[in-house]
Design a protein around this ligand. Structure first.
Ligand code: EPS
Length: 365
């Protein structure tokens, strides 16, 4: 499937080295102001070529709005967005077209379909995430009208952890890193990694503030379940934690429970979700990205005829895909939240205010 969402449905299409990539956003309410230039900032944040630490492919990532917007606002009809690929260099993929990179989707696409577009990874390329970010620009606008904001940062690169956490630092460095004092150290780390030809994993934290209590379906379609599925649909994601996530295993119940007072919650171990439904606290999702599998370090593997071959990947690859992932995680968080908000409005829009309402005063990440 290339579609996700329920009331807000996003379909993406296109391959990394095809003529274009695109998406259709269906179910979007009318009246949201949208212009082609609105997409530029987030697409730039996610793009290749922003620093020497990421893929050097240069794409303009200019959005064409093909439908669903009239006189600058959404009309309620399907919104089709298109971005033309302008810097594909398919010759890099000549040799590995008939080989399987260990750790890459090359092999499973081949087993599933019996055919694959090897150029730039085809459909399995992280290029596809561009359209998620584009679609989410619209979702972020709709959420902002309701006081909901999303943001994300990198909270681990390989073994390196932040010494401190300041959201103000995140957009000031090429690593989306929340501790500016470590940026020089990270530059050195990434330079050495790139020179070695190897890659490394990363962790991304995405949070949403201003989400009211009540969003999310209680059994199937839990807010946390849909967030996990959405994050796991991003290329290279291998793990998702909500709130304390796997750390909850070692906690006592008396420690994990988030105590409520008239002044607000005293903690947020739950990551803002209880029983699949938002509590009104900050939603916190942590996402694990594996190390990139496209490496110039030679490795023995198989070709499509089953022969043992030496595999070397050339091309313009990211030594750490997680470094470009915060805008993508934000996008998936925003799209899931908007979908859940629309579902909540559809079913429970007539439910009035109930008491008590606990202020979201808990510690934030
Ligand atoms: C990618 C490989 C590289 C990246 C690409 C993701 O593509 P190419 O080999 O064609 O340069 O540049 O990322 C993007 C193009 C993008 O916009 O994110 C991969 O194998 O996933």
């Amino acid at each position: 499937m290339n579609t996700f969402g329920h009331l807000l449905r996003v379909t993406t299409f296109g391959e990394s080295h095809g003529p274009a990539i695109g998406c259709v956003v269906d179910g979007c309410p009318p009246g949201i102001p949208v212009a082609p230039e609105d997409f530029a900032a987030d697409l730039k944040r996610r793009a290749t070529g922003n620093s020497r630490h990421v893929s050097q492919r240069r794409e303009a990532d200019e959005v064409e709005i093909l439908s669903g917007v009239y006189e600058g606002v959404t009309t309620g009809t399907p919104i089709a967005l298109l971005i033309r690929n302008t810097d594909a260099r398919s010759k890099d993929y000549g040799t590995i077209a008939a080989q399987f990179r260990p750790g890459h989707a090359d092999y499973t696409y081949w087993q599933k379909y019996g055919i694959r577009d090897p150029r730039g990874g085809g459909r399995s390329s992280a290029r596809e995430t561009t359209m998620r970010v584009a679609a989410a620009v619209i979702a972020k606008k709709w959420l902002a009208q309701r006081g909901v904001t999303v943001r994300a940062c990198v909270t681990q690169i390989g073994e390196v952890l932040p010494h401190s956490h300041d959201w103000a630092d995140v957009e000031t460095n090429p690593f989306f890193w929340p501790c500016a004092a470590q940026v020089a150290e990270l530059e050195t780390y990434m330079d050495a990694l790139r020179k070695s030809g190897d890659s490394v994993g990363a962790r991304v934290l995405a949070v949403a503030d201003g989400v009211p209590p009540g969003w999310g379906e209680p059994i199937y379609g839990k807010l946390d379940g849909e967030l996990a599925a959405a994050m796991l649909s991003i290329n290279a994601v291998k793990g998702v934690e909500i709130g304390d996530g796997f750390a909850a295993v070692a906690q006592k119940g008396s420690e994990h429970r988030d105590v409520m007072t008239p002044d607000g919650f005293l903690s947020n171990h739950a990551g803002g979700i209880l029983g699949g439904i938002s509590t009104g606290q900050q939603i916190a999702v942590s996402v694990a990205f594996k190390p990139t599998s496209s490496l110039r370090l030679p490795v023995q593997g198989l070709d499509v005829d089953g022969n043992v071959v030496d595999i070397v990947t050339t091309g313009r690859h990211d030594p750490c895909v997680g470094l470009r992932a915060p805008p993508i995680c934000e996008a998936m968080l925003a799209l899931v939240l908007m979908d859940q908000a629309l579902r909540h409005r559809a079913q429970c829009g007539d439910v009035g205010a109930v008491s008590p309402r606990v202020p979201a005063a808990a510690p934030k990440r």
